[in-house]
Design a protein around this ligand. Structure first.
Ligand code: COA
Length: 382
């Protein structure tokens, strides 16, 4: 009898699970690119809609292609009234990320191509998912505050329309720009836990809604997308710059983790954090109060310093400065992870479509560490 031996450490670190032409990360040099384009250039020059096209097609759109995609997204923004009724039936105290998971699963029932699992139909479903995610997240927040969900506004971009549907007023251009950049930065990150969960589900040839529901479940955990909410809770808990040093040192001494810091792949600065750090500082300056940036920055300094002394150098990740950025944009803390999802839906769908196009069931082995050849004994003899 042969038992498969483990070739890796825990958590599949550095294991290449499949080829993919969507996203590249060099964790040692801190490089992230989507389909060959460096994330910094995309963050500075592109828009979220362009990124959706890029991730799905592997190239940037021409003008008419972008217009066509924008129109298709606009045409699919509205969510079914039945879904809104369903959201209203949930307890007001339900966690938004959990409501998102159930809502996206339910959206499958209303998809006109729900019984068609062809690649073509899956592409249409991907479009509907990207278009509807912001409407679902905004509806979840409004319903729990006793407000009616708003209809989307056709003249607004993906980013601006979400902020409008959430807050009931059109955002300023600077707010739209900041939010659009945040969406670009979160759009994809190769085989992170939620994307891998989506691909594992897609590889069974389950439909795209099942795959995305798996992804949302994986994203919700505090070690993945849930970290941004935990970061903000920590910032609020600390409350002032003077309290940072004691708080952080105490937590580290107790062996507790500081959320938003550390990464499974990056061994240097997460390039998304570079951008979000700048955004957090700039928004603070514009609003005349850099308190949340200052607290974040001090936490980062101490953690980097303390962990470097222990020869475990870790740095801020994407979730660290997105927390203070979203806070200053007036977004409720428990919506941070659903907002991560409304960006990452672009990458998830790209990966599911890539998986369908060249599918192989994903089925690794475990390294069995239990006992062998035990004799079965009747229940009274155990
Ligand atoms: N705070 C304190 N210590 C941390 C830490 C953190 N945020 N992140 C990692 N460490 C410690 C680890 O415990 C480990 O110490 P050990 O060797 O004594 O066990 C050491 O630093 C090296 O960790 P590393 O191997 O680089 O990380 P990982 O691959 O095990 O875990 C994460 C990666 C993301 C799960 C981890 O950094 C973490 O939990 N971060 C906080 C959650 C978070 O921000 N998640 C979002 C990721 S985008």
């Amino acid at each position: 009898m042969t038992k498969p031996a483990s070739t890796t450490g825990a958590g599949l670190r550095d294991v290449v699970a499949a080829p993919s032409s969507i996203c590249f990360i060099d964790g040692d040099q801190g490089i992230l690119s989507y389909c060959g384009y460096n994330i910094h250039e995309l963050a500075e020059r592109s828009t979220f809609e362009e990124i959706v096209f890029l991730l799905w097609n592997g190239r940037l759109p021409k003008r008419d292609e972008l217009k066509e995609l924008k129109n298709a997204l606009l045409a699919n923004r509205k969510i079914p009234a039945d879904l809104i009724a369903l959201i209203k039936s949930f307890p007001r105290t339900a966690v938004p990320m959990d409501v998102l998971r159930t809502s996206v699963s339910a959206l499958a029932f209303y998809d006109p191509e729900r019984h068609d699992n062809s690649l073509e139909a899956s592409k249409h479903k991907a479009l509907r998912l990207v278009a509807q995610f912001p409407s679902v997240v905004a509806a979840i927040d409004r319903v729990r505050h006793g407000q009616e969900p708003l209809d989307p506004k056709a003249e607004l971009s993906h980013a601006a329309n979400f902020l409008y549907m959430l807050n009931g007023k059109e955002p300023l251009d600077v707010e739209t720009k900041a939010f659009d950049i945040a969406l670009i930065l979160h759009a994809d990150h190769e085989f992170n836990a939620s994307t891998f969960a989506a691909r594992v589900t897609a590889a069974t040839l389950a439909d795209i809604y099942a795959s995305i529901t798996s992804a949302i479940g994986a994203l919700s955990g505090p070690l993945h997308g849930g970290a941004n909410e935990q970061v903000m809770k920590m910032l609020l808990d600390i409350g002032s710059l003077e309290k940072v040093d004691d708080y952080v040192k105490q937590r580290l001494a107790q062996g507790q983790k500081i959320m938003g810091i550390g990464h499974a792949v990056y061994r240097t600065e997460d390039p998304r954090a570079t951008y979000l750090r700048k955004m957090s500082q700039e928004i603070g300056k514009r609003q005349g109060d850099t308190k949340w940036f200052d607290i974040s920055h001090r936490i980062e300094e101490i953690v980097v310093d303390e962990m470097t002394k222990k020869e475990k150098p870790i740095r801020a990740n994407v979730d660290f400065y997105s927390a203070s950025t979203y806070y200053m944009l007036g977004i409720p803390v428990d919506l941070y992870t659903p907002i991560f999802a409304l960006s990452r839906i672009s990458g998830w769908t790209a990966h599911v479509l890539e998986q369908y196009a060249n599918n192989k069931l994903i089925r690794p082995r475990s390294e069995y560490t239990g006992e062998m050849d035990l004799k079965y004994r009747e229940i009274d003899e155990r």
